[in-house]
Design a protein. Structure first.
Ligand code: G6P
Ligand code: MN
Length: 437
């Protein structure tokens, strides 16, 4: 295969970049001649360039690497853009998490009001990115995993209805991986039926083609009796997956997305959270520090053997989607798409996460052809409405709509607290947010 593709990674300074690039380089069906690292933070982009160049040399990988902070250079003649930008970076994530916690409300990067704070920031930055991409490469596929994804997808649909964008989240893959590994299944044999909003959904069935049956009920039983095997997880994720046992004990009809813990058990999550040291702090001391340490090792030529970036599950998912588009493979992925009847009894203008086939013609969502239960529907309707109100607030610069969005969010106990947190976030976000009046 001749080398022909150019891929740009937007938000290249992220600690996920080495894993994604190694996945691209190892993928048999993608023949990439150039990777462009694009980030508006020049220092982080330069750090990543240094790391990637080191890895390419160490592994004898032949590719043209470009680093740029200029959108024209980043997007002209490109074939794919992978976006993982995080507007406001980890410092703002810390505020998203800590401000609600001051009021005894869940603080999380994508769920609850932390997700809404990030959402208003992220829409602003992401729509600018899409504008640049539309200008320099209107036909390019954008593979997006910038959060919070439902809010991003809703805003892009409104502002750039013709943009070629696929919104994907790796969470269901991670759930399937840990379930398969915990109980000795082979996930390659699975046809999962999943429905929900992003970070807010349930499995309806998991058909195993080798066992010739739906194994979701037995998976739920196993989680109830044994719990998931969290021995390979870092503490934060180990806690999350341990909580899954409680979720299925109380609601055993469906295997849930772990993120539902923030909406169903905010009381327990608050007890498990240290308001002085949240996930953002763990990442500052973990992934972020690893980047800085790695840069230092390369610059001083010391301890190079300990540099341990590997091809990642996270990267695998996004790269598989690109390969499915490129080679018309009809791969099946859970993607974030306009509902339009995919979940028949949910409002059709919701943005949902459902199984989709990906081929040269783009994304083909499946229709579930069954009505989801009222419990799930009710939770989702409230979430859809609150997210839509937030997107309205963004486009209309409306404080009122933002207050309604915050009040309706199911992690929030009352409108007084909603307003206090909203006002704190307005101050904390400054120019990252649109003006609200
Ligand atoms: C999962 C979710 C992502 C989220 C990430 C957070 O992969 O699907 O949307 O950003 O977890 O992980 P972190 O390690 O940054 O807390
Ligand atoms: Mn996600």
């Amino acid at each position: 295969m001749s080398k022909d593709l150019i891929i740009t990674i937007a938000g290249a300074g992220s600690g996920y970049t080495p894993g994604i690039i190694l996945t691209i380089m190892n993928h048999e069906e993608l023949s990439v001649k150039e990777i462009r690292l694009y980030d508006d933070d020049a220092q982080r982009n330069k750090d990543m360039e240094l790391i990637i160049n080191f890895i390419l040399k160490r592994d004898n990988l032949d590719i043209n690497l470009v680093r740029t902070e200029n959108p024209k250079v980043a997007f002209t003649n490109v074939d794919f853009v992978f976006s993982q930008i995080r507007v406001g970076q980890i410092e703002m994530r810390e505020k998203d998490e800590k401000i609600p916690l001051k009021y005894g409300v869940v603080g999380q990067e994508t769920c609850g009001l932390g997700g809404f704070s990030y959402g208003l920031r992220s829409m602003k930055g992401f729509l600018n990115l899409v504008k640049d991409i539309q200008q320099y490469a209107p036909d390019v596929w954008i593979l997006n995993y910038t959060n919070p994804e439902t809010i991003i997808a809703e805003s892009v649909r409104r502002a750039y209805p013709d943009a070629k964008i696929i919104n994907a989240c790796d969470m269901t893959i991670a759930i399937e991986e840990i379930v398969a590994n915990s109980f000795g299944y082979d996930r390659d044999n699975w046809i999962p039926v999943y429905y929900g909003l992003n970070h807010f959904g349930w499995y309806n069935s998991i058909y195993d083609v080798s066992l010739k049956r739906d194994i979701m009920p037995e998976i739920i039983e196993k989680i109830k009796s044994e719990g998931l095997d969290v021995s390979n997880e870092e503490p934060n994720w180990a806690q999350t997956y341990t909580n899954m046992k409680m979720l299925v004990e109380n609601f055993p009809t469906n295997l849930p997305n772990n993120y539902l813990e923030y909406y169903l058990y905010p009381n327990i999550i608050l007890n498990q959270t240290n308001p002085e040291y949240t996930r953002a702090n763990q990442i500052m001391d973990g992934r972020y520090k690893e980047i800085k340490d790695t840069v230092k090792k390369i610059q001083t030529n010391t301890d190079l053997d300990s540099i341990n970036y590997k091809s990642s599950e996270h990267g695998q998912y996004i790269v598989d989607i690109a390969a499915s588009l490129l080679h018309n493979k009809n791969g099946r992925f859970n993607l974030i798409v306009p509902n339009k009847g995919a979940i028949p009894n949910l409002r059709e203008d919701a943005v949902v996460e459902v199984p989709c086939y990906v081929n040269a013609n783009g994304v083909e969502p499946i229709s579930l052809r069954f009505d989801i239960p009222d419990f799930h529907k009710g939770l989702m309707e409230a979430q859809v409405a609150s997210e839509k109100l937030l997107v309205d607030a963004f486009f209309e610069n409306s404080y009122q709509k933002a207050l309604e969005a915050f009040t309706l969010n199911q992690t929030v106990p009352n409108a007084t607290v909603a307003k206090q947190i909203l006002d704190d976030f307005i101050e904390a976000n400054g120019d990252f947010w649109p003006e609200l009046h």
